[in-house]
Every structure is written in structure tokens, then in C-alpha cells.
Design a protein around this ligand. Sequence first.
Ligand SMILES: *Cc1c(COP(=O)(O)O)cnc(C)c1O
Length: 367
Amino acid sequence: MWRASTVVFDDMARFARRKENLYDGYTYGTTGTPTSRELEARIAALEGGNHCVVVPSGQAALCLVLLALVRAGDHVLVPESAYGPLKTFVREWMQGYGVEFSFYPPSAGSEIASRITPTTRVVMMESPGSVTMEIQDVPAIAAAARAAGAISVVDNTWATPLGFQPLAHGVDVCVEAASKQFGGHSDVLLGAITTNDRGLYEKLRRAQSVIGLPVSPDDCFLVLRGLETLKVRVHAQGRAAEQIATWVARQPEVAEMFYPPLPQARGHALWKRDFSACGCVMSFAVAPGVDEQAMGAFFNALQIFSIGASWGSVHSLAGYYPAAEQAARANPVTRSAVVRLSIGLEDPEALIADLDSAFRVCRAALR
Ligand SMILES: *Cc1c(COP(=O)(O)O)cnc(C)c1O
């Protein structure tokens, strides 16, 4: 593992020309070390890309894409189902810097063309979307963006490259929150941006260095370690998630299950067409009449699931999203509270038993 602020050079001439090394070599610790470059090469290979930039978090990766590629007067399109902090960044920061934006319904396919204006520079996607898991027609949107001269970007965190390969579907830039399945143990934060386009890569690398977003080699090491077991974790957690989602969908407290691999779920047809693995995260809309106090009893009764944000770890997690958050969104798929479950590597039968007893406590609280 390489730690560095300083990079040393063999002679004065090489030091004086060090900026030439920005994209493929080493100049100073902020622009990368052999450890971060090794992680970038492995992630690029997984994504089927040529270039990758790692940054301190998934949110930093999303923000860096916009800071690197968008300027005042440009317009960006962001799905209504996008990761919440990205929408906040666009609304409260990018807009303040003179960038125009529109949120679009994630159900838009090739009709996205009608929302692309002459100044649209970037079309963001996230599939499935955060919390309510809308699947987007990524190839159609990427094609429409390309035809209009805009850059397409997908947040591919749910699927990982083992479940979906955005670059092979015509997308220009793929973002992963490596804090989730890549790291896999809820003990590291990291983000990755991958592309096949050398020009885009140079813009991203330059922005990473100028804005000052280097990643600690210890964090790179943890993600490199996580990648060694990515395949077995993704497949085991996905299989368990499918089994658990099938069971959860039948509970009377569940109004709608948001898990695209289930045949009855929204987005299943697109999921089946484009994806090759089940993710480990699912959500459900709470049935009418199951109030917040009863859901509190459900959460507090959980023994194996921890309560917390993030997901993709070997440890199962549950999160609660109040009804008001859904209602505040444009085109919400539900106006109920939403529960999100991330399935870890514990015994799936034990996880179902844990949920079963929590649902019983919830039912008792309603009487
Ligand atoms: C968690 C998450 C992020 C942000 O990643 P952090 O590393 O936690 O900042 C971005 N996109 C999606 C889809 C996520 O689930």
C-alpha cells in the first residue's frame, strides 16, 4: 500500500514537467497513488471501461461528474427517483452557480428527447431509483442523449457491474457508490466514476485534482479487499433477497413491493431485459392503516436487522422513509411510508423469522 503527499522525481526536468503525468502517472498525492490507480484499473475492468477516477464517497462521485462537465448556462436532467442528496446538490448548489436543471419522471424512455434542450449537457440516470426502485429504460435514454449531443450518466450502485453494464448499453459515464456492495462491510466510504471516453476522463481527473478529492490508500485497500469477494457476495445476497422479497410481498402490512426481480413488481419487464443479477436491496410501501407507531414497533422488534442508512453490506439493515417524503416528490409511486431492507449474508431463513416476529409485534400494536 502506497501512502503519499509527495511524489519524488529523478531529476529537475521531470519535476518541472510533472503536470504531464496527471492523467497516466503521478504528480502529487491529490492526483493519485499506485494504490488508488490499482483500484481504478480493477473497477474499470469490472465496468468494461478504460478509465476510472475514485473519490471519497458515492455522493462525491455524483457531484464531481457535474462539477467537471457542467458550467453556468448549461442544463442538466435528473430523474425524480435519483439519490436525494444529488437532487439537493443540483437544486441548491448547481442552480446557485447558474446551472439550469429539470427533474424528469424515471418512466421516460426515448421521449426524454422532448426534454433535452440545446443547452442540455448531462442526462443523469439511476436505475433502479433510490428508495422506490423505479427501473429506467437506460439504453433508450442514453441513445436519445447521444443523438442530442448530451452526456449520459448512470448511477449503477444497485446492480453493480455484475448485474448491469451501463457502458455496454451506450452510456458515457458510470458512477458507483463503492461504499455499498464494492466495499461490502459497512466500514468504508468511496465512490467511482468510469468511462471509455478519454476526453471525459481527463475532465474528471482534472476536476478531482483541482477540487481536491483524493482517497486514502487505506480506504482503497478496503475496497480492493471487498472486490475479491464481490461476486460471491452479490450472488448470495441477491438470491437471499429474492427469497425474502417473495415472502415479504405476501404480508398484509405491505401495500406494494418495490423489487424489480419479482415478476409482479413495477419495472420487471425492463429489469428482465437488461439485468443479469438480483440486487440485495428492496423496499415496500406500508399498507393503509399501518401507522407510524405500529411501524416503530416493527423496527424496534427487529433482532438481526440493524436500523440504519446505507446498504450492500454483509449485515442486514432496515430503514424507514416517512410518507411525507414520498408525497413531497413529483410523480411519487406511493404516498405511503416506505421501508427499505438491505439483505446481508445472514441465514435467509433466520432473516425471514426475524421479519415475521417483527410483523407480529406490528400487528399487535395496531389492535
Ligand atoms: C448510497 C448511495 C449513494 C451515495 O454513496 P455514499 O458513498 O454513501 O456517498 C449514491 N447513489 C446511490 C444509489 C446510493 O445508494
